[in-house]
Design a protein around this ligand. Structure first.
Ligand code: PEP
Ligand code: MG
Length: 890
């Protein structure tokens, strides 16, 4: 019932059934529906809520034998949020609710530890004021610091009863000053306000940011869990902790986790106090440790998934506060899946479905080059795998601004100029967010940063959890670092690094260095290999890669691509040795000049294709003839204009040539080049280019066939077709030229087309008459169906659209099912109406997106094609789609 009760509420109820009521503190859950009603009413409690809470509370009082606010023996409760999907650290919690000036004395009497009672009360006032009424936390910290100073003690735990009483007094006064009200003494009023605060936190800035990043709908709302308090801060035989049923970083068998003796849960997760390893619990509280280990196994078996629990030990007795499926980095997800099958905990199908396919790309994250030495600056806790390097920033806001600037500058580079893009990426690695510890408000900065480095906290700290959730490399608790946020420097062992300097972190080993280390591509582990091979057995969709160079093709094969679904040949014209030839071809006035320039390009093209065929061996290679408009191969008009002006002033020799260049650039200039003379339109106006490309392909086929005896499987693809006549003409060109080179249609190659324009989807039945295959170009199809410029939308209005919830995700990342998706389905259906066995693929960016892959599976496509790094993701996502489609998971 997690939709209604939230994850925490549903699991606490379930856990009570499995483990028995003596292990789980009693409580009740206010549903997500109540939160939705509260939001719909503009922040008013729905009618009937108050009465229902009163009833539930009465039952809880009866079960516990205590009453809320009882001056003798008060019931105390925690009030915690719990959405359908866990949102660690994003929503609010209030502990020890029910304390007031009278019941604190009752608590002191009952527990015979006065200090504990006053410590609980001051924590409650502090948390309530901060969480429920928004009094800044720093104000309380200042009071604590003052009182510690006055009493000459260093840590909170040294404050005696008198000090804590005084502190509580100061806190309630502070509450009065800040809110203009007395601290509420009536526990029911405390509860009412706390419930409202949890509802309100759903709409808080940080929760909204988290949901946007993690694609959690705003409409879900959060449930509120009210649960009887148990106390981990009652002395040395008490404590609180978090535990995972297996290692949360690697997935290795054997529980892991952290705990703190004599502490409440918040102390553990905040990352402010240094926690102890769960294995040490065995020595400190052996009975509780033994029980906990047993319970972790029971829960894992029950849920069929790795668990992440919170527990409290009160006077040696173990209580389970919550359990949930563990969020885990990709390597742990893979390890768990493989072990779970070996242990017969899950079937292969079930195990596959526990993996977040999209997150697997993290396994293909780079690492420090193991062959190169670097000087480590320090070492922290490897908290989220992968290596990252970038310029130091100290705040989330700086990270966001820097990343936005970097992207803006990158957008200025031509999409097709791969070399310039690679150079830019090498010179602008992005930023690493460096902070003592992170808080919920830093989440946006995580997204913008390449990696996160903190000097405090461990594997369960906020920084670690959020970084793992987002697949960002993270090193935590690098305690030798002195991070001076005011001076904006990091000091370490006599060295000093300022904002903007380069730093590199390895989120697996915990290493930190200021060397400009090379990051290298990863290897696929045997466990990952196992998951991929099950995927290949279970999936029905083919997976190919988009690759333009032999190097990319090789990488695609290493990652398991079954062929090349898209070779964008324009890349081949942009290399430094080709651009001048391409330019000469475009600038040629006489036919023979143009032919000469093309003849110079031909051997280079042939070599490219030979390299691709050799890399792919017997696998199919889809080669797309030139697509972008010709002006993309020429310099920008303004640039040339400046050059012409300079040449005029200097009366230099190159004036005539520059003027001709300017004239040609101006002639080729179009107002909307993306809707201009590109794709097959270019092929129709300037057939010589396509002729040269087809000759080069045909010669390469022959050369490889002669050399290896194996004919390559070539599919020649025509881009941007609108009318069946276009394909008819282009096909005739291909057949004629390839025929002249001795190749036979259907035997040595096939001819197909991109379907990437709305009209093509509508007339796919006619186009299919001339096509051996279709490959949906969902990038252009999205651009033209929505009328969104693919090159501008990100920098312009997409953010506003996401914010206003007009779209949930960028339609260029996840296929827009109702619009673009339906066009694709119509195209697929019409195409197969003409040719029932027509081969259908997709080669837009969506081919590597798990959600879109599921849609393509249901749309009857034969294969997806994506960038080489997404190939493993696509293999697993395709298998998951097949398993779900077959309904055989359970
Ligand atoms: C497409 O449009 O989806 C496609 C794959 O081609 P390109 O991105 O090169 O336009
Ligand atoms: Mg396209």
């Amino acid at each position: 019932m997690r939709d209604l009760l939230g994850g925490k509420g549903a699991n606490v109820a379930e856990m009570t059934r499995i483990l028995g009521p003596e292990r789980v503190p009693a409580g009740f859950t206010i549903t997500t529906e109540a939160c939705v009603a509260y939001m719909a009413a503009g922040g008013e409690e729905p009618s009937g809520l108050e009465e229902e809470i009163a009833e539930a509370l009465a039952r809880l009082e009866e079960l516990s034998g205590k009453r809320l606010g009882d001056p003798e023996d008060p019931l105390l409760v925690s009030v915690r949020s719990g959405a359908r999907e866990s949102m660690p650290g994003m929503l609010d919690t209030v502990l020890n609710l029910g304390l007031n000036d009278r019941s604190v004395r009752g608590l002191a009497g009952r527990t015979s530890t006065e200090r504990f009672a006053w410590d609980s009360y001051r924590r409650f006032v502090q948390m309530f004021a901060n969480v429920v009424r928004g009094v800044p936390g720093a104000r309380f910290e200042r009071e604590i610091a003052e009182i510690k100073n006055a009493r000459g003690v260093r840590s909170d735990t040294e404050l005696d009863v008198g000090a804590l009483r005084e502190l509580t007094g100061r806190f309630t006064r502070l509450f009065g000053e800040e809110t203009g009200e007395d601290f509420p003494q009536e526990p029911r009023e405390q509860l009412r306000q706390a419930v409202r605060a949890v509802f309100d936190s759903w709409l808080g800035e940080r929760a909204v940011a988290y949901r946007r990043i993690n694609r959690i709908p705003d409409e879900w709302g959060t449930a509120v869990n009210v649960q009887q308090m148990v106390f981990g801060n009652k002395g040395e035989s008490s404590g609180s902790g978090v535990a995972f049923s297996r290692d949360e970083l690697t997935g290795a068998p054997g529980p892991s986790g952290d705990f703190l003796p004599n502490a409440q849960g918040e102390d553990v997760v905040s990352g402010v106090r240094n926690t102890r390893d769960i294995s040490e619990l065995a020595g400190a509280m052996p009975e509780a440790h033994r029980e906990l280990m047993k319970i972790l196994k029971t829960l894992e078996r029950h849920y069929g998934d790795m668990q992440d629990v919170e527990f409290t030990v009160e006077d040696g007795r173990l209580y389970m506060l919550q359990t949930r499926n563990a969020k885990r980095p990709a390597q742990a997800a893979v390890r768990f899946a493989v072990d779970a099958v070996a242990e017969k905990l899950l079937s292969r199908e079930q195990a596959l479905l526990t993996i977040d396919a999209g997150g697997l790309e993290a396994l293909l994250h780079r690492t420090f080059d193991p062959g190169l030495a670097y000087a480590p600056l320090t070492r922290g806790v490897g908290a989220s795998p992968g290596a990252a390097k970038g310029f130091i920033v100290f705040t989330a806001a700086e990270a966001i601004v820097a990343e936005e600037r970097r992207r803006e500058a990158r957008r200025g580079i031509r999409r097709t100029d791969h070399e310039a893009l690679a150079r830019f990426d090498a010179e602008n690695p992005g930023v690493v967010l460096v902070r003592p510890f992170t808080e919920a408000d830093d989440v946006g900065g995580f997204h913008a940063a390449r990696g996160i480095l903190t000097s405090e906290g461990g594997k369960a700290s906020h920084a670690a959890l959020v970084a793992r959730g987002m697949g960002r490399p993270c090193v935590c608790g690098a305690s030798e670092l002195e991070i001076d946020l005011e001076a904006r420097v990091v000091r370490c062992g006599g060295e000093e690094l300022a904002a903007g300097e380069l730093i590199a972190i390895d989120g697996s080993s915990g290493d930190v260095t200021r060397d400009d280390v090379a990051l290298v591509e990863p290897r696929i582990t045997p466990e990952f290999e196992a998951v991929l091979s099950w995927s290949d057995e279970l999936r029905t969709l083919g997976v190919r890669a988009n690759a333009d160079t032999p190097r990319d093709a090789q990488r695609a094969r290493d990652f398991g691509a079954e062929g090349i679904g898209l070779c964008r040949t324009e890349h081949m014209f942009l290399a430094a040795d080709r651009q001048p030839k391409m330019r000469a071809m475009i600038l040629a006035e006489a036919d023979e000049d143009r032919r000469a320039a093309l003849a110079a390009l031909l051997p280079l093209q042939r070599e490219d294709f030979e390299g691709l065929f050799a890399a792919m061996e017997e696998r199919p290679v889809t080669i797309r003839l030139l697509d972008p408009p010709l002006h993309e191969f020429l310099p920008a008009r303004l640039e040339v204009q400046h050059e012409v002006e300079r040449a005029r002033v200097e009366q230099s020799d190159d004036l005539a040539e520059l003027e001709r260049l300017l004239e040609r650039v101006s002639a080729l200039e179009e107002t909307n080049p993306m809707l201009g003379t590109r794709g097959c339109r270019l092929g129709i106006l300037q057939p010589e280019i396509y002729e040269m490309q087809v000759s080069a392909i045909a010669q390469a086929v022959r050369a490889v066939r002669e050399r290896t005896g194996e004919p390559p499987l070539v599919e020649i693809m025509i881009p941007l077709v609108d009318y069946e006549q276009e394909l008819d003409i282009m096909r005739a060109l291909v057949v004629r030229v390839a025929g002249a080179e001795g190749l036979e249609e259907g035997e040595d190659y096939t001819v197909g087309t991109m379907i990437e324009l709305p009209r093509a989807c509508c007339v796919a039945d006619r186009i299919a008459h001339h096509a051996d295959f279709f490959s949906f170009g969902t990038n252009d199809l999205t651009q033209t169906a929505l009328g969104f410029s693919r090159d501008d939308v990100e920098g312009k209005f997409l953010a506003a659209y996401l914010e206003r919830k007009i779209v949930g995700r960028s339609p260029f990342e996840t296929i827009d099912e109702p619009g673009v998706g339906q066009l694709l389905r119509m195209g697929a259906w019409l195409g197969r109406k003409t040719k029932p066995n027509l081969k259908l693929g997709i080669c837009g960016e969506h081919g590597g997106d798990p959600e879109s892959i599921e849609f393509f599976q249901h749309s009857g496509l034969n294969y997806v094609s994506c960038s080489p790094f997404r190939v493993p993701v696509a293999r697993v996502a395709a298998a998951q789609s097949a398993v779900r489609a077959a309904g055989s998971a359970l």
